[in-house]
Design a protein around this ligand. Structure first.
Ligand SMILES: Cc1cc2nc3c(=O)[nH]c(=O)nc-3n(C[C@H](O)[C@H](O)[C@H](O)COP(=O)(O)O)c2cc1C
Length: 195
């Protein structure tokens, strides 16, 4: 065995999503976020296209992102659909985090593989970040609501037409006890052995 497998199993199985509403005031140092990003880039990638891109909003950058997030929701939402509590949430939620990382899939220019493989690869990179957070006891949250799939988000991130934002990854310290396991389908229900 190359590593302490029981610890790795525990880290994977107890990894949990913790929403920003349960983040404490304590700020996560940049160095730790760099470790998460470093681990992200070691995810599997077919034909080594390495489609993951990350835009990290931190400090003043996070403040302006939060402002843009709220105001853009207001701008693009028809009046009859606009909800003031949602507007406040869009504006205030990023500020509960130490950093918000935009998860981006950069489409291979030659389109040498199906798009689904590049999305899969970025998802694996995000899992690496989630697991790193789990190991450090940091709270992490992958959110794909709100503006995630809008053209406004693409423009704000400065990404190409064929690229995609896959969500926002919020990082902080938890203000609550580490959450218990969520429900999962039993292994036998999701696996078929053919022997
Ligand atoms: C692609 C993707 C998008 C997600 N988007 C959201 C979201 O918009 N809002 C949310 O509450 N959770 C979101 N989640 C997190 C899931 O809700 C969470 O993983 C699930 O509840 C299982 O909990 P766990 O991560 O603690 O095991 C997302 C997860 C993935 C993989």
């Amino acid at each position: 065995m190359r590593f302490n497998v029981s610890e790795i199993n525990e880290c994977i199985r107890t990894r949990r999503t913790i929403a920003p509403e349960f983040f404490s005031e304590r700020k996560v140092q940049k160095e730790l976020i760099e470790v998460m990003l470093e681990n992200a880039r070691w995810a599997p990638t077919h034909k080594l296209t390495q489609p993951w891109r990350f835009k990290v909003f931190y400090g003043k950058g996070l403040e302006s992102f939060a402002e843009w997030h709220g105001e853009t929701y207001k701008q693009i939402t028809p009046e009859d659909k606009f909800k003031a509590p949602k507007y406040r949430k869009m504006k205030e939620r990023p500020l509960k985090a130490s950093a918000v990382i935009a998860i981006i899939m950069k489409r291979d220019e030659k389109e040498s593989l199906p798009e689904v493989e590049e999305i899969a690869s970025v998802s694996a990179a995000v899992q690496n970040m989630y697991l790193t957070a789990s190991a450090y006891g940091l709270a992490a949250y992958w959110g794909s609501g709100g503006l995630t799939y809008t053209q406004e988000m693409k423009d704000y991130l400065g990404i190409g037409e064929k690229d995609q934002c896959l969500g926002l990854f919020y990082i902080g310290y938890p203000s609550i006890e580490w959450p218990k396991k969520t429900e999962r389908m039993e292994r036998r229900l999701v696996t078929e052995w053919v022997e």
